[in-house]
Each structure stands twice: as structure tokens, then as C-alpha cells.
Design a protein around this ligand. Structure first.
Ligand code: APR
Length: 253
């Protein structure tokens, strides 16, 4: 029974890194990307590249509308997030590397959370005409609520009050340079782990999906909790096919 096997693996580990994807937040009401009904089954990801955002006011308007739908869930952590906070309190978790932008791990009480795709909780100035996927903003950053307030006050789009530059969610879009420091810290973290526990990720997006592999290369064990098969299943010591909000609390209990 995989829950028992997963429990033994976690009991035997003391330096666990959780690597999470959108699937850990679906039970909080936030859609994932590639499951039926997921975001990329309703919006075309190719439309939301960094350069198209910079080049087109219309794409920016649609992006703000999608962002509002996403944030509108006012989602709360679910039992899977809470179980990871418990693992940290028991001193078994050295940290979380998340692809998610919803901030729910921090809300559940976890610290040492590395957000390799940024966060939807804040917006940043990316400058007037950034090129090659590299933001060149003035440094202005504020909560996303501020951007919604600008839109509610009738602005066509939020613009930087300091330099007039474009304002974008502090997430990493397709075609945007990944935050190298976050990725480096994530790789460092998994290299120091004895177990990488991937939860709710299809493990299809790179370089993010390379991070669990770096842990394996450094000798860590691998456990996968996911509703569907993933490309790393063949390397996993344990695979728990099921809902994260049920499997993880059962195992941590
Ligand atoms: N419990 C377990 N697994 C789940 C649950 C759940 N409650 N809900 C969904 N899943 C699984 C799905 O079966 C799917 O395999 O989680 C996985 C989610 O995969 P994706 O939708 O591809 O999300 P993710 O892996 O986080 O995507 C990575 O792609 O578009 C980019 O930046 C975006 O961070 C995202 C990245």
C-alpha cells in the first residue's frame, strides 16, 4: 500500500524537500494548468509570453482579467499544505520548492519556500520596453491589490508611478528569464536533501522539472504524489497515485 510505503520513507528521512506544482492547490479551488479544465485548456499559453505582454496592451488587459479570475478564488491552504507545515514543525522538512504563484505554502505556515515561478501576490515594474525576456524595471513593487485598485479606479492598465514603466505580475511568464538565484538556491536545497517529495506536478516544464532530478543525482530518494503518471515515475522509490489533500495528511498523520 503506497501510503504505508510513503510513510516509512518519510519516517526514515530527516532532510525532506517538497517540490510542489499546481496540483497541491486544486483542492483549494485554484485550477491547475494541464488537467481537464485547467488554465491552459481555457487560455492559450502562447498568448501569455513575456514579449507579447510587453508588445500588446490587449494581451495585458486579458492577462489582468485572467489574473483576477485566478486571485478571485481568495483560496485558503488545504490539508496538503497544512501537512507540509506539520512536517516542517517536526523538523523533517528543510524547505519547499514551488512552481506555484499562489502563496499558499507561506499562508499555511511554511518558511524556506522558494518560488521559482515568482508570485501572483505582488506586481513589479518591468520598465518601458524590456527586451529578450529580461525585465528592466526601476525596482517599484507592490501588492497585486494595488494593481486591481488602479483598474477599479478606471485606469486602462496599472503603470509604474515612479517611472511610467509597464507593471506586470511578479510571476515568471513563458519566455521570461527565470530567477537564476531562486533556481540556484532550489538546486542547492535538493542537493542537501535525503528525500525529494514531488506533489501535484506534471513535471513537464523545464528548467523547473530538472530540480527534483538534481536531488536524485545527489543521492536523494524520490517520492511522487500525483493524480496522473509523470515522466519521473520510473525513478521514484514510491508513487502515490491520488489526491494530495488526502494522501499527504494520511501519511503525515
Ligand atoms: N492531487 C494530486 N494531484 C493533482 C491534484 C490533486 N488534488 N490536482 C491535480 N493534480 C495533478 C494533475 O494530474 C497534474 O499531473 O497535478 C498535476 C498538475 O500539473 P500541471 O497542471 O502541469 O501544473 P504544474 O506541474 O504545476 O505546471 C508547471 O507550468 O504553465 C507552467 O508556470 C506554470 O508552474 C506551472 C508549470
Amino acid at each position: 500500500m503506497t501510503v504505508a510505503a510513503l510513510g516509512e520513507l518519510i519516517a526514515a528521512s530527516s532532510k525532506i524537500v517538497a517540490f510542489t506544482g499546481a496540483g497541491i492547490s486544486t483542492e483549494s479551488g485554484i485550477p491547475d494548468f494541464r488537467s481537464p479544465g485547467g488554465l491552459w485548456t481555457r487560455y492559450d499559453p502562447r498568448e501569455f509570453t513575456f514579449q507579447r505582454y510587453v508588445d500588446s496592451a490587449e494581451v495585458r488587459a486579458r492577462s489582468w482579467a485572467m489574473r483576477r479570475e485566478f486571485v478571485a478564488h481568495h483560496a485558503a491552504p488545504n490539508p496538503a499544505h497544512t501537512a507540509l507545515a506539520q512536517l516542517q514543525r517536526r523538523g523533517k522538512l528543510i524547505g519547499i520548492v514551488t512552481q506555484n504563484i499562489d502563496g499558499l505554502h507561506q499562508q499555511a505556515g511554511n518558511t524556506h519556500v522558494i518560488e521559482i515561478h515568482g508570485t501572483a501576490r505582488r506586481v513589479v515594474c518591468i520598465g518601458k520596453a524590456p527586451e529578450h525576456g529580461i525585465p528592466n524595471g526601476c525596482g517599484f513593487t507592490v501588492s497585486t491589490e494595488w494593481a486591481f485598485e488602479q483598474l477599479d479606479a478606471g485606469a486602462d492598465e496599472p503603470t509604474c508611478p515612479r517611472c511610467g514603466g509597464l507593471i506586470k505580475s511578479a510571476t515568471i511568464s513563458f519566455g521570461q528569464q527565470m530567477p537564476t538565484d531562486a533556481v540556484d538556491r532550489a538546486i542547492e536545497m535538493v542537493r542537501n536533501s535525503d528525500l525529494v517529495l514531488t506533489i501535484g506536478s506534471s513535471l513537464q516544464v523545464f528548467p523547473a522539472a530538472d530540480i527534483p532530478v538534481e536531488g536524485l543525482r545527489a543521492g536523494a530518494m524520490l517520492a511522487i504524489i500525483n493524480d496522473e503518471p509523470t515522466p519521473l515515475d520510473e525513478f521514484a522509490n514510491v508513487i502515490a497515485r491520488g489526491r494530495a489533500g488526502e494522501v499527504l495528511p494520511a501519511v503525515v498523520a
